[in-house]
Each structure stands twice: as C-alpha cells, then as structure tokens.
Design a protein around this ligand. Structure first.
Ligand code: 5GP
Ligand code: ZN
Length: 219
C-alpha cells in the first residue's frame, strides 16, 4: 500500500484479474489506474529493477531504456484507443455488425475507419510522481472522472507538470526539471479543450468538464 502500492503489480502480475492487470511480459506490466482521473486511465510499469526506483527524468536518460518504454507505451496506447472506440466510437463493432445484419447487400470490403482515438490519449509522466515505482500514464484527454476531486488531480494532467513521453530527453535547461519552482499545481484552472479560465472555481470547472466530455465523446 501507500507510496509503494505499485510494487505488487510488478512482482506478482499474474495474481490479478484482467480488469486490473491488462497484460504483462518479462519487462512490463500494464494496469488500470485504481483512481482514474479520466474516462480511461492506464499505467505502464517497467519491471527493470535498476530503473523502477529512479525518478523518470533519471531513468529516461538511458536512451535504450527510453526507446523500450516508448515502444511498449505505444502498444498500450493502441490498446487504449481500441477501448475508447469500443466505448464511444461511431463505428463500434456492435454497430458494424448491426449495419451488416440490416443490409441486404453484401458487407462493404472496407468499413469506415472512424475517428483516430489514439489522438485522444496522452502518454507521459508526472514531474513529481507520488508513487515510488516508475510508471507511465496512458490517459484519455477528457479528465472526466468522479475520482478527479482536487486541484492537484486536475492540474497534474493539465499543466506542464505532465511531461509527455515524446518530450524526452529533456534539455538541461528545461523548466519542468524544477516543477515546484514553477508552481504548476497551483495554476489557475484552464479547460483542456477550449482554454476557458476558471480561476480557483473547482465546482464550475467540474461541471464544465462534464459538458466538454459529452461533446468530445460524440465528435
Ligand atoms: P503519480 O502521480 O505518481 O504519477 O501517479 C500515480 C498513479 O497511481 C495515480 O494516478 C494513482 O491513482 C495510481 N494509484 C495509486 N495507488 C494505486 C494502486 O494501488 N493501484 C493502482 N492500480 N493504481 C494506483
Ligand atoms: Zn472548455
């Protein structure tokens, strides 16, 4: 439990049901975040014992390791995109099957591809992680969740406190290396989608996030 709570997934991934541990291999474990801050929130846990206790900035200084993590994160992102398509997609498998069943004509060779759900996912780390074991977030952009209860929950995914995996390696002068000095978590609330400012008004932000979620998911 506590700050070491992610360790058990790394040592014993096979002891969890598939609604918690999504997949595992010798080097990585993919899990569902227990307190999701979006409609879909997954974590990728590298199992390398020489990396798991390092700060992500330090762990990702190793270009070979960074490349491995990127590769695995991309796989998890594709999985997450398929999940979003299943949940919200215009052309869910069910809908595709229904259309085919309804149609007297033979099914078309190519079904409509629909929306690129991979674009609706963010992949990265927190500049100051709260959990001890190295982990990468793969999270839907909506920030719509009952578990998003505090300023820090929102701002940690909606400011430069969230560092995309694509931004590594960070320059020595990158301001995100000094996240506390930047006060990212205390920033004014800004809607991730439309940029509207909410000051300190968390309740208003939350209701706006719901409106944005409803639009986002159907677009
Ligand atoms: P951090 O802020 O350290 O980057 O994020 C840690 C993440 O781990 C948070 O999103 C939090 O909800 C999640 N988390 C904390 N404890 C547990 C746990 O025991 N199991 C799972 N699956 N996720 C956890
Ligand atoms: Zn907005």
């Amino acid at each position: 439990g506590g700050r070491d709570g992610l360790g058990a997934y790394i040592t014993n991934p096979e002891s969890y049901p598939s609604d918690i541990v999504i997949s595992h291999n010798a080097d990585f474990v993919a899990i569902h975040d227990m307190f999701p801050k979006s409609s879909l929130h997954l974590l990728l846990l590298p199992r390398d014992q020489t990396k798991t206790h390092l700060h992500p900035f330090e762990a990702f200084e190793d270009p070979e390791f960074l490349a491995k993590v990127r590769f695995e994160a991309q796989k998890l992102r594709s999985f997450a995109a398929a999940e979003l398509r299943r949940k919200y997609g215009k052309y869910s498998m069910q809908e595709q099957e229904r259309q085919i069943a309804l149609s007297a004509d033979p099914p078309p060779d190519e079904l409509p591809v629909g929306r690129d759900w991979e674009k609706e996912l963010m992949c990265g780390i927190h500049a100051v992680p709260s959990m001890n074991h190295l982990h990468v977030h793969v999270i839907a952009v909506d920030r719509y969740s009952d578990r998003l209860k505090h300023r820090k929950h929102y701002n940690s995914f909606a400011t430069p406190f969230f560092v995309p995996l694509d931004d590594f390696p960070l320059a020595q002068s990158d301001p995100r290396r000094e996240p506390t000095r930047q006060n990212y978590l205390k920033a004014e609330f800004t809607c991730w989608r439309c940029g509207k400012k909410f000051g300190n008004r968390f309740v208003e932000l939350k209701s706006h996030l719901e409106q944005e979620f409803l639009e986002w998911r159907k677009l």
